[in-house]
Design a protein around this ligand. Sequence first.
Ligand code: ADP
Length: 289
Amino acid sequence: MKGRDVMGDELLWKVSEGDSVNLKKYDPAYVASSVKREEADQQLAALGQELGELQELLAAAQHHSILMVLQGMDTSGKDGTISHVFSQVNPQGCTVNSFKVPTPEEAAHDFLWRVHKVAPAKGMLGIFNRSHYEDVLVVRVHNLTSEDVWSRRYKDINHFERLLTENNTIVLKFFLHISQDEQTARLRARTEEKDKAWKISVSDFAERKYWDDYQKAYADALSKCSTKEAPWYIVPANHKWYRNLAIAQTLVETMRSYKDEWKQELEARGREELAALQQLRDRKEVTDL
Ligand code: ADP
């Protein structure tokens, strides 16, 4: 299986609006030729540092928020991505939300209710470990609602994400793409290595027989809900080091493109504050500074 062509320096695949995704065409073990394994750890550390600096600006400027959605099959590395990519980010500027089987209160509301109320505020970087997409993934695969109901949700999701982006939320959605063999190997490691056994969740083993149904549900979600404003990225995730690097680079590049805007925002605010201080001086309300 070959990797699809990657544009420019990108390490992963951005799904364009209107694309019809066939996941079989994307190699989960893909490694871009520009990337060397022996340099990757250093590169990730440098990206992590830059991410920390950009997040400081994001928080200070209070103009945008960032929402990063992580989805993927069981064992695809959602938790690992969070711990490795965000190791140098100030926890005060971050929120992480995991979405599990809805509580009775959540289930008594529309499916976006629990999601919208934890969307990141201005200045914050929000990470969703699973997300509103579960309502067109697990819900669809297990017929938890009728097709009539889940099939309307793609449109609802697009409207919801547009609402967020129109309110200055920068939305990035990452699908961690692993192969079925890689999932088997990761589950086997949990059964064989004592220090990994705590990660065993019996339901992960039971879900394996629905692999094809999930791949189809994912392909549909990626095809119907990738938009210019809130794109989906397919991340080759068989190699954990590469997954981390690809996600960190994409996030940093996206944030970098706002850096000047955030700086200008801060400079403008600085000028306003200085002007306000000058007025106090002029009125002799401040005389010693
Ligand atoms: P994780 O696998 O994310 O580390 P868990 O083992 O607690 O955490 O799994 C969470 C489970 O909740 C997953 O099986 C997921 O499919 C399920 N889930 C999340 N959202 C929904 C939903 N809206 N409806 C039904 N199940 C959901």
